[in-house]
Design a protein around this ligand. Structure first.
Ligand code: SF4
Ligand code: SF4
Length: 68
């Protein structure tokens, strides 16, 4: 499934730079993950980079968007 960013996001921007598929964009107030671009980092990293770098644990699995 894709990942999403919860309202806990403090807009630090760390996840945007860490994402290998440029799936993350700056939103207001929270950053956003495009579920069509998020590949859960499969093929790039062993763990989801957005979740790994997020200081407030705001990047979570999005059960509404199973991985295609
Ligand atoms: S899980 Fe990986 S591909 Fe998906 S948004 Fe996070 S960093 Fe990007
Ligand atoms: S790393 Fe976490 S707090 Fe920072 S912009 Fe991304 S989701 Fe928001």
């Amino acid at each position: 499934m894709a990942f999403l960013i919860t309202s806990d996001c403090i807009a630090c921007g760390a996840c945007k730079d860490a994402c290998p598929t440029q799936a993350i964009s700056e939103g207001d107030p929270a950053y956003l993950i495009d579920p069509d671009k998020c590949v859960e980092c499969v093929g790039y990293y062993d763990e989801q980079q957005c979740a790994a770098v997020c200081p407030v644990d705001a990047c979570q699995p999005d059960s509404a968007h199973p991985r295609k």
